[in-house]
Design a protein around this ligand. Structure first.
Ligand code: DAH
Length: 352
């Protein structure tokens, strides 16, 4: 019987040595140390032994159990350690491997120009106003002093949606909508960026869809000097501190007087070159003092119509409108407006 127990110990130790997995090891533990294990089986014959022999057998069976259980514990530690090492090996990061490139997007040059101009005007106390791309012709034309039969309406060949709705041809209707909402109460000081549409054939300088930024400042004592001051500051901000501006008389139905604004050529500094067509100046925007008819139609008192309104303060102000593509083309030296809209990565990547 003692021999049997010793053989069991040797057999179990052998199996424990060879087992490769924790679950296999657990099976061995149940097999050898469980209630129905071989040691218990052998010990059932104890009753046939003398008391002395029984004592010795008990001792040995305990020794065998302890030996097996210690072997299991040691093996368990060994297997667990191996498991951890395996996991560590699998998760090792090779810092010398070349990394995968993450491609980061950049701002579209038109959005970058808009953001820059917005920042400039927000710093001057303007707020951003937006309108809708589908506009009523009433707001796009009539309320801007372009009546139905006005010849200037021919200048803007438009995309009509139905008899009275069109894709806005400029951002100027936002002026009217904002003034109307202010209900005759100034000041109104807004900047309006947005997409605009005209029935043009696309070429290097024309696009049927383009972007404009409109500005409007109406208050009780805003003058054309304020307009000139802010546009000069804008030109220097956009094109450099050495730039000068000049105002040329022009015509827009919604301003009186109207001006076209030029900036001194950034290429030649005003001497004349191919960019400025030898004039030394580059046209950047249209502007003027808001026409009294526009103020009146959107519910503002103006000195021009002082007999018309009886109560409340009188207002006047200036407005301006610029093409975002034109500014971006001058700023970055882009020669074809279609680059902005054809999504060529070689073009876009340059503006990160
Ligand atoms: N709406 C004009 C255009 O699309 C641009 C413009 C000129 C806007 C003069 C103005 C302005 O607000 O005062 O050509």
């Amino acid at each position: 019987m003692l021999e049997q127990l010793k053989e069991l110990a040797v057999e179990a130790e052998g199996k424990i040595k060879r087992v490769r997995t924790l679950s296999g090891l657990n099976n061995l533990r149940v097999e050898y140390l469980g209630k129905k294990g071989p040691i218990q089986e052998v010990m059932k014959n104890m009753k046939d032994l003398s008391p002395d022999e029984r004592k010795a057998a008990g001792q040995i069976s305990n020794d065998v159990k302890r030996t097996i259980s210690e072997a299991i514990t040691a093996k368990k530690e060994e297997l667990e350690l191996a498991e951890i090492n395996k996991q560590l090996a699998e998760e090792t990061i090779d810092v010398t491997l070349p990394s995968k490139k993450t491609i980061l997007g950049g701002m579209h040059p038109l959005n970058a120009v808009i953001a820059d101009i917005e920042d400039f005007f927000i710093g001057m106390g303007y707020t951003i106003a937006v309108g809708t791309e589908v506009e009523e012709d009433h707001y796009n034309f009539e309320l801007l002093n372009l009546p139905q039969d006005h010849p200037a309406r021919d200048m803007q060949d438009s995309f009509y949606i139905d008899d009275h709705h069109l894709l806005r041809t400029h951002t100027s209707p936002i002026q009217v909508r904002t003034l109307e909402a202010a209900k005759g109460q100034g000041p109104v000081k807004i900047l309006c960026p947005g997409k605009t549409y005209r029935r043009d054939d696309d070429d290097a300088t024309h696009s049927h869809q383009f972007m404009q930024i409109e500005g409007l400042h109406v208050d009780q004592s805003v003058t054309i000097a304020d307009l000139k001051g802010i546009l000069e500051a804008l030109a220097k901000h956009l094109f450099g501190p050495e730039r000068e501006i000049r105002l040329r008389p022009s015509f827009f139905p919604f301003t009186e007087p109207s001006v076209e604004v030029d900036v001194s050529c950034s290429e030649c500094g005003g001497d004349g070159c191919s960019l400025c067509k030898q004039t030394g100046w580059l046209e950047i925007l249209g502007a003027g003092m808001v026409h009294p008819n526009v103020l009146k139609m959107s519910g503002f008192n103006t000195p021009e119509f002082d007999e018309y309104y009886l109560e409340g303060p009188m207002y006047q102000g200036f407005a301006f409108g610029m093409g975002v593509e034109r500014i971006a083309m001058l700023k970055y030296g882009i020669e074809d407006i279609r680059h902005f809209y054809t999504n060529d990565m070689r073009f876009l990547k340059q503006f990160k």
